[in-house]
Design a binder for this molecule. Structure first.
Ligand code: GTP
Ligand code: MG
Length: 313
């Protein structure tokens, strides 16, 4: 969904039908963005509710789905206004489905140059936190610590943002017996972990494609876990997580249950109190990957700071 016709048209990898591209506020905005006016984003979303509801209702995947994932940036007008309306709307309309949100927090330089950025972000965070079962936080500013050249081109960060979700979403829907691990996670297990402020991260190690011997190195998984922690989508402390999940995926010969257990012990040490779920996902892939989710975070400095900054505005 967008108010900006050009941005909608520029999307490369999705269908051109009304399930995939919904222009809102069309005649009133001339197909341009909203220049950060979030009240308008909310209003145009309310006005387009029937179109949006229709696109969802007629989607053939709907009845196989466990949850909605709403994605928006908090800083602008369209995404932040729209997600604040859509999250409670879907919750009311589909009471049996979980509603998750993924919100992209602004770069610091955007906070300095436009005061609407802080207000929009704080208002958006408050309303999605209330309506969604869990809110994945993605901090643009943190992503660019790993890839500074992305400041000029935010879309370049999208691959990093999406990466941890791939195995997480696949494992929850896995039906092939040979890809079922010894400690399988299903969608219900994953959904039990997701609650409140949530950070995700992943780290991977390439493996030789044609090898029958495992590339076992001592504490290889622990190093990957440390990398996943430092690459989390938002800065946070593991000790503030109430729930956590890790998933190790690799060809079956590369996964040892000792390593899965060692990771669990490590995570329970650094989280202190968290309820931890783990899983292995044996699949034909040329890498070993660890996905980490820290959820029910009691404190996230970035959110706290945005709330404080808004109260000072
Ligand atoms: N990670 C990432 N951030 C993006 C991307 N596009 C925009 N952003 C960030 O999202 C925030 C708001 O972007 P906009 O695209 O202006 O927001 P909008 O929801 O379209 O709202 P309006 O343009 O005001 O109508 C800013 O913090 C941008 O830096 C993207 O492709 N990836
Ligand atoms: Mg826009």
């Amino acid at each position: 969904m967008d108010t900006d016709a050009d941005d909608l048209a520029a999307l490369g990898d999705i269908g051109f039908d009304y399930h995939h591209r919904i222009l809102i506020g069309g005649r009133k905005t001339g197909g341009r963005g909203l220049d950060s006016l979030n009240e308008l984003g909310a209003q145009f979303t309310r006005e387009a509710r029937e179109d949006i509801a229709n696109a969802i209702r007629t989607d053939k995947e709907l009845f196989e789905s466990d949850a909605f994932l709403l994605v928006a940036a908090t800083a602008g007008g369209t995404g932040s206004g729209a997600i604040s309306v859509m999250a409670p709307y879907l919750k009311e309309r589909y009471p049996k489905m979980a509603i998750y949100a993924m919100v992209v927090l602004p770069f610091r330089h955007e906070e300095v140059s436009d005061d609407k950025v802080i207000i929009n972000s704080a208002v958006c965070l408050k309303s999605v936190y209330e309506a969604a079962s869990a809110v994945f936080l993605v901090d643009n500013d943190k992503l660019t610590q790993h890839a500074p050249n992305l400041i000029a081109e935010p879309a370049g960060t999208n691959g990093f943002i999406a990466a941890p979700f791939y195995n997480l979403l696949c494992v929850g829907g896995e039906k092939k017996a040979r890809y079922v691990g010894a400690r399988m996670l299903d969608a219900g297990d994953i959904m039990q972990v997701l609650s409140g402020w949530t950070a995700v991260g992943c780290a991977s190690l390439p493996l030789p494609r044609f090898s029958f011997r495992p590339t076992r190195e001592a504490h290889q998984e622990l190093r990957l876990m440390d990398e996943a922690i430092s690459g989390l989508s938002v800065s946070c402390h593991a000790r503030d997580a109430g729930r956590a999940l890790y998933l190790i995926s690799a060809p079956a010969r590369e996964i040892s249950l000792e390593a899965v257990t060692e990771l669990g012990e490590y995570l329970s040490q650094i989280t202190h109190q968290a309820v931890i779920r783990d899983g292995d996902y044996p699949r034909e892939t040329a890498k070993k990957e660890i996905v980490l989710v820290l959820s029910q975070l009691g404190d996230v400095a970035r959110v706290r700071e945005l709330y404080q900054a808004m109260s000072q505005e």
